[in-house]
Design a protein around this ligand. Sequence first.
Ligand SMILES: Cc1cc2nc3c(=O)[nH]c(=O)nc-3n(C[C@H](O)[C@H](O)[C@H](O)COP(=O)(O)O)c2cc1C
Length: 209
Amino acid sequence: MSLIDKLQKRYATKKFDASRKLSDEQLDDLLSAVQLSPSSFGLQSYKILVVEDPEIRRQLREAAHGQTQITDASQVIVFASETNIDESLVGKYVDNIANTRHIGRQHLAGFENAMVGTVNHLSEDQKIAWSHKQAYIALGVLLTAAAEMGIDACPMEGFEAGKFDAILGLKEKGLTVSVIAPIGFHAADDDYSHLPKVRRPKEELFIHV
Ligand SMILES: Cc1cc2nc3c(=O)[nH]c(=O)nc-3n(C[C@H](O)[C@H](O)[C@H](O)COP(=O)(O)O)c2cc1C
């Protein structure tokens, strides 16, 4: 099946089969794909929680209008933006570049200064909004990779962010929730699995200049 066929087949799963779990290998492969998501500067100013604990998921479901995907999926992936985006976060990233690419840190000073300049120019709210955007790119990669691997997922932002932060202890970790995606396998009686895709026609969506 081509990638386009797989993207046609994927859908925002409304009803998961609670008895089916991803294998360790499937989960690891999916997380590897997400790890490879691009981000502005490559900074990856977010963390990603893999939530399995049933009691925590019960609480999260309550804070998400009772949406059953949260308790019935194999795992719930929670994308959470860093709230302290500063020189220290940039510095750690530059250390990582220097180590990974065997580059003397002094050669990265210009890049580091450019990043620090950009970050310091933003208000706290702008930093978090910027970070949320990066997290959504990671969500997009997860959805595409899941489709490619035959894993079902549901992107979700229908939840109370403050409650999610509290239930998951995100504030203490310097994080705040961006968006989530339960992952697993759809239930045989999920009617949404058969619905044709509704998308803007190409001539309306794309502008060729
Ligand atoms: C950022 C985002 C948030 C969404 N939030 C929810 C949600 O809270 N609950 C839900 O059932 N679907 C949610 N959806 C699914 C969309 O309704 C769905 O992707 C859209 O209708 C297109 O359908 P398809 O993904 O099945 O092709 C969300 C999708 C995105 C991308």
